[in-house]
Design a protein around this ligand. Structure first.
Ligand code: 4AD
Ligand code: MG
Length: 480
């Protein structure tokens, strides 16, 4: 038999046609004469009800049809009287592919907590919540490529194994081919990388930006979209050790051009989700609302999922300098700000996510682009402003998330860049390949990085970043 997808059946509703559905049983209700099987096949959040005559199929077959079992059901599609469904399948034959012993199968036909599902991450994709998230994730990845392709950008694959640490934050995972119990040592007792596979220190990339800049010097407008790795030991709901990043890099763009592109892209992605993921978003919105009901009043979300998406779509992002933001944070009223103030003692401090969320959710009530950050809290490659203390950096802040994008105009002047690298203790000679972008045919250019999982969190309303990637990698968690 040829499989027809449930998504297609519901879109077309071919009443009277003979079809074969293949999928996994969500629930089975049986009365004396008929069994009602809710079948899901992953193509959509919606199930189709399969109706099976108890006498015709017999106990032997129907007792294998339990939650989690996989079946093929062939029969005729008929209009349904039941509430909440337009059609159902009257089964003529049922084949059970694989049983799922109800005594052992961890997913029961009830609501499981996200914490429990994280413990069985190898099975959680089979739940409504996680399959909905993964369909949205797929659509967002597709939309990213669509957006850049329509604009004539080229997709560049930057290396995952590299010897550079773009962000210079010392959070790179080492890559070695050493036997752990026989690490060769050099004369000083340090690791002798000359004896390892790459004959030098190698690590997993923290960002494709530096290689992206090389490509932008040839193709002008490029983007990367790949996995990046950070060994930051931060157990938060916003950090993963392995996450995906989208990094466009554009020759001839200044900081304002960079902001314009980022804002346009974020709005495009949100609109794409609203236009293409309606069923899954409706399900996720309802899920979030139910979850919220169990929380104390003060912790409940101020906007529904749809309201938050429209908040991004319908507002011009507020563009504010870091210096203005610090003034706002200092001035904000003590009672509502207590928890914000203590960290903002002076100009030069990095913002915490509470500050970022205060600016977005309480003060401006719009997505915010903060720019011109203090030079000393930002990466070496950012373009120095004339004031001698700030750089052309920009972070985009979203409600419920905080920083979703980080980017900058790049320092294209060889002398300024060299000076800055030396001041930060970055070995300029070892980065000669990067310096060639400035040495030959250097141009003003800019770029940014969008954290893909933070974007998926925003679009799905999921509170924990571990729940928007199929197999999360966090400190102490690398099971399968
Ligand atoms: O601000 P970041 O560190 O910027 C860069 O890596 C630049 N090289 C980007 C560029 O200009 N091409 O990271 C960019 C974004 C952050 O705004 C955040 O959304 C996400 O990547 N991000 C993480 N997401 C999940 N887990 C982590 N540990 C993340 N670290 C950063
Ligand atoms: Mg950042």
């Amino acid at each position: 038999e040829k499989r027809t997808k449930i998504q297609e059946v519901l879109a077309r509703e071919p009443i009277g046609e003979e079809l074969t559905l293949m999928g996994w049983v969500r629930t089975k209700r049986a009365s004396k004469n008929v069994a009602f099987i809710a079948l899901n096949d992953g193509s959509t959040i919606n199930n189709i009800q399969v109706v099976a005559d108890v006498e015709q199929f017999g106990e032997e077959v129907l007792k294998k049809v339990t939650t989690g079992a996989s079946i093929a059901a062939t029969g005729k599609l008929v209009a349904s009287q039941g509430a909440g469904q337009s059609c159902e399948l009257i089964a003529e034959s049922i084949e059970v592919f694989g049983e799922a012993d109800p005594e052992k199968y961890p997913l029961q036909p009830k609501k499981h907590s996200l914490e429990f599902l994280r413990e069985i991450a190898h099975l959680r994709l089979r739940t409504n919540t996680f399959s909905a998230i993964m369909r949205v994730r797929h659509s967002m990845a597709f939309a990213v490529h669509q957006f850049f392709n329509d604009k004539g950008f080229f997709y560049i694959n930057t290396p995952i194994i590299t010897s550079s640490d773009a962000e210079g934050a010392g959070e790179a995972f080492k890559v070695t081919n050493f036997e752990l119990d026989a690490i060769p040592r050099n004369e000083e007792g340090g690791v002798d990388f000359k004896k390892d596979f790459f004959e030098k220190e190698a690590n997993l990339t923290v960002s494709g930006q530096l290689e992206g800049e090389l490509a932008a010097m040839a193709l002008a407008e490029i983007y990367t979209f790949g996995p990046t790795f950070r060994a930051e030991n931060s157990n938060t709901t916003r950090h993963l050790a392995e996450f995906w990043m989208i990094e466009p890099e554009m020759a001839f763009y200044d900081l304002k051009d960079n902001m314009d592109l980022a804002e346009e892209m974020l709005k495009y992605l949100v609109k794409y989700a609203l236009d293409n993921c309606a069923d899954d978003l409706a399900f996720l919105e309802k899920r979030a609302e139910e979850e919220d009901k169990n929380k104390p009043q003060t912790e409940r979300a101020e906007m529904t999922l749809t309201e938050r998406l429209k908040f991004v779509l319908e507002n011009d992002f507020e563009r504010v300098t870091y210096t203005e933001a610090i003034e706002i944070l200092k001035r904000s009223k003590p009672n509502q700000k207590k928890k914000f103030q203590y960290l903002i003692e002076e100009w030069g401090a990095d913002l915490q996510s509470e500050h970022e969320r205060f600016l977005v959710e309480k003060h401006f009530k719009k997505p915010v682009i903060l720019y011109n950050y203090p030079r000393d809290i930002k990466a070496f490659y950012m373009r120095q402003n004339d004031d001698g203390k700030t750089v052309g950096a920009m972070d985009i802040l979203f409600p419920g998330i905080g920083e979703i994008i980080g980017g900058s105009q790049r320092e294209e002047r060889m002398d300024k860049l060299t000076e800055r690298m030396k001041a930060m203790g970055i070995p300029v000679e070892e980065m000669s390949w990067y310096m060639d972008t400035r040495r030959f045919g250097s141009v003003p250019h800019s770029g940014y990085g969008l954290g893909f999982e933070r974007m998926i969190q925003f679009v799905t309303g999921m509170g924990n970043i571990r729940d928007v990637i199929p197999f999360p990698r966090t400190p102490g968690n690398c099971e399968f």
